[in-house]
Write a protein that binds this ligand. Structure first.
Ligand code: UT7
Length: 388
C-alpha cells in the first residue's frame, strides 16, 4: 500500500545504512593453493588482499537481511512502515521469486512492494535512482534499497582470471521522503548491450537452459574479458561522473567524497586522474572485500560514514559500471547530522519482536495455504463448482 501524496516538496534522503559480510575470509595466500597465482600479482594488478566468502547456509538473502536490519536500526524505523524493497543483485537466491520478496517477508515489511533489479555492478546506483524517483513522484515515503551478492556461488574457482577478484557481501540504505534541502540531487544511468559478452554468466537463462553440458563447460560461472572491461571502466566512470555533476549544476571541486564501485584499484586511480580529483577523495576498501558487485558501493558508503568521512552537507558521488554493459552515477548532499542517536532499547526490542513475528507469520501463511488448498479440494470440484 502506497503512502498518500503530500503537497510538500519531496526529496529522498538516506536516513539509515547497514552492511554485512560473511565471517569466512579467503586470502590471496589461500588462492595460491587453488590456482596458479601469487599474492604479489593480485595485490599489484588489483589491490585486493582478501575477500569474504559465504559459508554453508549463507545466501544473498541472509546477507541482505543482516544489512537491512542494521539499516533499519540506524534509521530507527519499524519495517512495517517500508513502502518499497528493492534488491540489486546478479546472484539472487532463485531466478524467481525475487530475493526482494523473500526479504520483504523476512523483515515483516507487510505493506511494501518488492522487486529485484539486475544491472550488474551498477545495480545499487540504479536501484537508488529508481527508489529516489518514486519518492520524488510522491508514491512512497520509506524505501529500502539493497545491493547484495554471493558471487562465490557463480565463480569458477579454477579460473585465475576471475576467481581472485570477487567476494560476497551486502549493503543497504533506507531512503526517506522529506522536504529538507539536500538528499539525492541527480542521477545518470546508461547501458550498452552490445558489450553483453564482456561480462556474462552464459547459461541458466532461456538462451542456454541448464543442462549437463552447460554445467560441465562451467557456463554457469562468470566469464569476463578483463582487459576490455578495464578499458571501458576507466573511460565511463569519469564521463558519467561529469554528467551527473553537470545535471546538478555542480563541479568536481564541489565533491567531498567519491564512492566508486570497487573493482580494481588501478581503475579507481585512472578514473580519479581522468576526473581530475585527488585520490584522497576517492574511497577504496578493495583490499579487504574484493569486488562484491552491486554490494560494493553501499558497503563502501557504510564504511565511509563509520570512519567519519561523511559530514553534514558533504556532497557524495556514487558511481559504478558493470555487466550489461551498464553505468550509473548518483550525486547526493548528506543531510543527516552524524552520529545518529542510538535508538531506544524499547524500539530495538520492538523491531526484534517484529522479525520474530514475521517468521511466525510466514510459517502460518504457508501452513494456511496448504490447509486452504486441501479444503478447496474437499469442497469444490475440478471446475471450481461447489460439491453437493
Ligand atoms: O565489476 C566489474 C567487473 N570486472 C572488472 O572491473 C575487472 C576489470 N579488469 C581488471 O580488473 C583487470 O583486467 C584484471 C585484474 C582482470 C586483469 O589485470 P590485467 O592487468 O588486465 O591483466 P591481463 O588480463 O592483461 O593479464 C596479464 C597477465 C596474463 O598473462 P600473459 O598472457 O601476459 O602471460 C594473464 O594470464 O597476467 C596473467 N594473469 C594472472 N597471473 C597471475 C591473469 N590473472 C592472473 C592471476 N595471477 N590471478
Amino acid at each position: 500500500m502506497a503512502t498518500p501524496r503530500t503537497e510538500t516538496a519531496r526529496r529522498a534522503h538516506i536516513v539509515g545504512w547497514g552492511m554485512a559480510v560473511p565471517e569466512r575470509v579467503l586470502s590471496n595466500g589461500d588462492l595460491c593453493a587453488m590456482v596458479d597465482t601469487s599474492d604479489e600479482w593480485i595485490r599489484q594488478r588489483t589491490g585486493i588482499v582478501e575477500r569474504h566468502i559465504a559459508g554453508e547456509g549463507e545466501t544473498t538473502l541472509s546477507l541482505a537481511l543482516r544489512a537491512s536490519q542494521a539499516a533499519l536500526e540506524v534509521a530507527n524505523l519499524d519495517p512495517a512502515l517500508l513502502d518499497l524493497v528493492v534488491v540489486a543483485t546478479i546472484t539472487p537466491d532463485y531466478a524467481f521469486p525475487a530475493t526482494a520478496c523473500l526479504l520483504q517477508d523476512a523483515l515483516g515489511a507487510e505493506r511494501a512492494a518488492a522487486f529485484d533489479l539486475s544491472a550488474g555492478c551498477s545495480g545499487f546506483v540504479y536501484a537508488l535512482s529508481v527508489a529516489a524517483g518514486m519518492i520524488a513522484a510522491g508514491d512512497y515515503k520509506h524505501c529500502l534499497v539493497v545491493g547484495a551478492e554471493t558471487l562465490s556461488r557463480i565463480t569458477d574457482w579454477t579460473d585465475r582470471n576471475t576467481c581472485v577478484l570477487f567476494g560476497d557481501g551486502a549493503g543497504a540504505v533506507i531512503l526517506e521522503a522529506n522536504g529538507a534541502q539536500g538528499g539525492i540531487l541527480s542521477s545518470v544511468l546508461g547501458s550498452d548491450g552490445s558489450g553483453k559478452e564482456l561480462l556474462i554468466q552464459p547459461a541458466g537463462g532461456s538462451a542456454q537452459p541448464a543442462s549437463a553440458e552447460t554445467v560441465q563447460a562451467r557456463k554457469h560461472t562468470v566469464q569476463m574479458d578483463g582487459r576490455q572491461v578495464f578499458r571501458f571502466a576507466t573511460r565511463i566512470m569519469p564521463d558519467v561522473s561529469r554528467r551527473v555533476l553537470s545535471k546538478a549544476g555542480l563541479t568536481v571541486e564541489d565533491v567531498s567524497l567519491v564512492i566508486p564501485h570497487q573493482a580494481n584499484d588501478r581503475i579507481l586511480q585512472a578514473a580519479a586522474r581522468n576526473l581530475g580529483i585527488d585520490e584522497g577523495r576517492v574511497y577504496s576498501n578493495l583490499s579487504r572485500y574484493g569486488n562484491t558487485s552491486s554490494a560494493s558501493i553501499p558497503i563502501a558508503l557504510c564504511e565511509a560514514i563509520e570512519h567519519g568521512l561523511v559530514k553534514r552537507d558533504a556532497v557524495l558521488l556514487l558511481t559504478g559500471f558493470g555487466a550489461g554493459l551498464t553505468w550509473a552515477a548518483t550525486l547526493l548532499r548528506w543531510s543527516l547530522p552524524l552520529p545518529v542517536p542510538t535508538p531506544s532499547r524499547r524500539m530495538t526490542f520492538w523491531r526484534n519482536l517484529r522479525y520474530r513475528w514475521a517468521q511466525l507469520r510466514s510459517h502460518w501463511r504457508r501452513f494456511w495455504r496448504n490447509v486452504d488448498a486441501r479444503l478447496f479440494q474437499i469442497l469444490y470440484d475440478e471446475e471450481g463448482r461447489r460439491k453437493r
